[in-house]
Design a protein around this ligand. Structure first.
Ligand code: KG4
Ligand code: ZN
Length: 401
C-alpha cells in the first residue's frame, strides 16, 4: 500500500457566498477545516448582501489561510497544489478567493486548480467515507441548487438527471423562516423548531410528484406559496401561528419529495449508493428519512457530517486533491470566477477560449468547450483577459496592505 505521504497535499479556498473557507487535505484525509463566516453581518438584511460578503472575504482571507495551515501542521511550501472555487456563486465573492488562490499559487510556485463548488459538495464525502463509488448518485441540495446528479468521475463527468424548476430547497427554508420571523439563514432554525412540531399537522403540497411530472425535477415554489398563505390566513383570523407544527409540516414536505425522488433515481439507474451534499444535507429530518428509505431498498447512504455539508474549504481541497491524483491539468492564470458555472464542469482549466475542439465562440456554454488533460502551460500565462486583470491588482492591494 502506498505511503499516505505520497498522496497529494492540497489547500482549498471557498468564497462563493458568505463563508470564507480554507481547508487542507492529504488525499482523502481531512487535515484542517477553517471557516470564517460573515453570516451575522447579513442577518439583519434577511439575506446575503454581496458587497458585504466580498469585503468580509478580503478581511478574513489571509488569517483563515494561516489558521488552516497551522491547524494542519503543514507549511505552505509543502503543498502540492492550491484549489479554489471558480463558481458558481456571487461574482465579487468568488473573485476574492480566485485572486487569493492565484497570488498564493504564483508566489509559492504551486499549481492552481479551479474547481466547481457543486462538485466539491459531492467530493467532500471522500473525507468522511473514503473514495466515492463510481458511478455516484448525488442529491445536491443547497441555498442555490437542488439537483439529482450522476457522476462516473467527480473530476470530469457530472450529469444532471433533474433539477429544481424554480426555488432551491435551501431557498425555500430561508423564505419560510422569514415569513415565520425566525431570522436568517432559515434552514438550521426550522430544523430546530420542527423537532418539537408535528410533521403531519398540516398537509402541504408535494411539488412535481404526479404521474405525469418529470420524475427527477423539483419544484418548491408552490409549497412556499401554500405555506405563506396558510400562515397569512391564521394571522388574518387573529389566531396564533403554530410555528413548530408549520416548520415540521413544511420541512416534511421538502424532505419527503427529495428522498422519494433520490431513491427512485438510484433504483431506476441501478445505483446502490446515494450521496447527499450541500447545506440542506445538514437537515436532521432529511438525514433520518433518507436513511430509512435507503435501508428499505438496500441503498447505502453517504452523507457527510453537518459541518462538511454547509460551505467550507475542505470540500474544495478534497476535489483539488482528486484532480491532482487523477492527473488533471492545472488551471492557467486566466482562470475566471464564473458566477454561473454549469454543474457539468467540475474542473475549470482556465479562460473560455476559441479552441479547435470547442469549435464555438469564447462564450460557448455547457460541456465540450473545456477539454481535459491537455496541458495549459501552467506558469506561462497565454492569451489575455482584460475582464479580470484589474481584479488581481485590487485583491493584492487588499490582501497585502
Ligand atoms: O451549501 P450551502 O452552505 O451554501 C450554498 O452553496 O448555497 O447551503 C446553504 C443553505 C441555506 O439555504 C441554509 O438555510 C440551508 O443550506 N441549510 C439548511 C440547514 N443548514 C443549512 N437547511 C435545512 N436544514 C438545515 N439544518
Ligand atoms: Zn454550497
Amino acid at each position: 500500500m502506498a505511503d499516505v505521504r505520497d498522496e497529494p497535499l492540497v489547500l482549498g479556498i471557498e468564497t462563493s457566498c458568505d463563508e470564507t473557507g480554507v481547508g487542507v487535505v492529504r488525499g482523502t484525509t481531512l487535515l484542517a477545516d477553517a471557516v470564517a463566516s460573515s453570516v451575522d453581518e447579513h442577518a439583519r438584511f434577511g439575506g446575503v448582501v454581496p458587497e458585504v460578503a466580498s469585503r468580509a472575504h478580503l478581511e478574513a482571507m489571509v488569517p483563515t489561510i494561516q489558521r488552516a495551515l497551522k491547524e494542519a501542521g503543514v507549511a505552505a511550501s509543502d503543498l502540492d497544489g492550491i484549489a479554489v472555487t471558480a463558481g458558481p456563486g456571487l461574482a465579487g465573492a468568488l473573485l476574492v478567493g480566485v485572486s487569493a488562490a492565484k497570488a498564493y499559487a504564483y508566489a509559492l510556485g504551486k499549481p492552481l486548480y479551479g474547481v466547481n463548488h457543486l462538485a466539491s459538495h459531492i467530493c467532500v464525502d471522500q473525507l468522511e467515507h473514503g473514495a466515492l463509488p463510481e458511478p455516484t448518485m448525488a442529491l445536491l441540495v443547497s441555498g442555490g441548487h437542488s439537483s439529482l446528479l450522476l457522476s462516473t468521475d467527480i473530476t470530469s463527468d457530472v450529469r444532471p438527471l433533474g433539477a429544481t424548476i424554480d426555488d432551491a430547497a435551501g431557498e425555500a427554508f430561508d423564505k419560510i423562516a422569514r415569513v415565520l420571523h425566525l431570522g436568517f439563514p432559515g434552514g438550521p432554525v426550522i430544523d430546530r423548531y420542527a423537532r418539537e412540531g408535528d410533521p403531519g399537522a398540516i398537509a402541504f403540497p408535494r411539488g412535481l410528484t404526479g404521474p405525469r411530472d418529470a420524475p427527477y425535477d423539483f419544484s418548491f415554489s408552490g409549497l412556499k406559496t401554500a405555506v405563506a398563505r396558510w400562515i397569512e390566513a391564521k394571522r388574518a383570523a387573529g389566531e396564533e401561528v403554530p410555528v413548530r407544527d408549520v416548520a415540521a409540516s413544511f420541512q416534511e414536505a421538502v424532505v419527503d419529495v427529495l428522498t422519494q425522488k433520490a431513491v427512485r433515481a438510484c433504483r431506476e439507474e441501478g445505483v446502490d449508493h446515494l450521496m447527499i451534499g450541500g447545506g440542506v444535507a445538514a437537515n436532521s429530518r432529511l438525514r433520518a428519512l433518507a436513511q430509512e428509505r435507503c435501508e428499505k431498498y438496500g441503498i447505502r447512504l453517504r452523507v457527510p457530517r453537518p459541518k462538511l455539508c454547509t460551505d467550507n474549504g475542505a470540500m474544495v481541497a478534497a476535489l483539488g486533491a482528486e484532480m491532482v491524483a487523477r492527473g488533471r491539468a492545472a488551471s492557467d492564470w486566466e482562470l475566471p470566477a464564473d458566477s454561473s458555472l454549469p454543474v457539468t464542469e467540475p474542473h475549470v482549466p482556465g479562460a473560455r477560449k476559441d479552441t479547435a475542439e470547442a469549435g464555438g465562440t469564447a462564450e460557448a456554454e455547457g460541456g465540450g468547450a473545456h477539454g481535459h488533460g491537455h496541458p495549459h502551460g501552467h506558469g506561462h500565462p497565454h492569451g489575455h483577459s482584460h475582464d479580470h486583470d484589474h481584479v488581481h491588482e485590487l485583491a493584492k492591494d487588499n490582501l497585502y496592505p
